[in-house]
Design a protein around this ligand. Structure first.
Ligand code: 6PG
Length: 253
């Protein structure tokens, strides 16, 4: 790992622009060296924060972006639970990302076939990689320490071969989902968690500082060669005792 950076902002109002800069700076770097920017998106509060902050950037150019989903709920795109549906309304429809640059699941398939189909789409996009190497994965963390659709104590945590796994017993509804596996998450060039709010304080401390018992899924995100960022706000960081970065306003990551 290139080193974990825990970066604390007073509130989401300050975190948002820093996140947008992180995304666009990694995009610029990736496009300069490989001609495209591959990014994995997550749901939750990230959707609106990311969409709003990226759209506020005057020179945003997504023509060379390839966007996939770190996990997705297997529901139709017009269902309010569809992460793709949310990004489509709030972001994709407002930027110049080509349709071919959006890697979506086929929610009409049964969950196992849906995972297979999404695996094929990722393999086609990353033909040279045993596990896709995304330039950037954006992750959230639930109050139970889950990330992607990798939930505590679930057998999927031990998956070492699949790129994408189906899950039909998600403890958080909706129950049917597909998710990237740890080998994919930990192959990324950069992983950034975004976690805000006081409800995350206890779990964030245990994820970042350790706990007795098995590590939470979010704590198992340790990119082999990539960067790892935790972008959090003061309420989420309230219980931390480790050293953190507190960037001055407008500082770039
Ligand atoms: O698939 C889901 O059920 C959600 O997308 C979920 O995994 C979310 O990403 C985290 O719970 C963090 O959400 P917040 O950032 O909104 O707290």
């Amino acid at each position: 790992m290139a080193g974990r950076r825990v970066v604390v902002f007073p509130s989401s109002a300050e975190l948002g622009p820093a996140l947008a800069h992180l995304v666009t700076s990694r995009a610029e770097k990736a496009i300069a060296s490989r001609g495209r920017f591959t990014v994995g998106l997550s749901g939750g509060s990230l959707v609106s924060m990311l969409s709003k902050e990226l759209l506020a950037m005057s020179d945003l150019d997504c023509s060379k972006w390839v966007a996939g989903f770190c996990d997705e709920r297997v529901v139709s795109f017009d269902d309010p639970d569809s992460t793709y549906g949310l990004y489509k309304n709030q972001f994709f429809s407002k930027v110049n990302i080509p349709d071919s640059g959006i890697l979506v699941i086929d929610p009409s398939l049964p969950v196992n076939d849906c995972a297979e189909d999404y695996t094929c789409k990722l393999k086609k996009t990353f033909p040279d990689d045993e596990f896709p190497v995304f330039d950037l994965l954006l992750l959230g963390m639930g109050p139970d320490g889950h990330t992607c659709s990798l939930f505590p104590d679930h057998p999927l945590l031990e998956e070492t071969k699949k790129i994408v796994a189906p899950i039909s017993d998600s403890p958080k509804p909706p129950p049917q989902r597909v998710t990237m596996t740890f080998p994919v998450v930990n192959s990324a060039r950069c992983v950034a968690f975004v976690s805000t709010g006081g409800s995350k304080a206890t779990v964030l401390k245990e994820v970042l500082e350790g706990r007795e018992g098995p590590a939470f899924p979010a704590a198992r995100v340790v990119p082999t060669n990539g960067e790892l960022f935790w972008l959090v706000d003061d309420p989420a960081a309230a219980s931390l005792t480790i050293q953190v970065e507190r960037p001055s306003s407008g500082a770039k990551l």
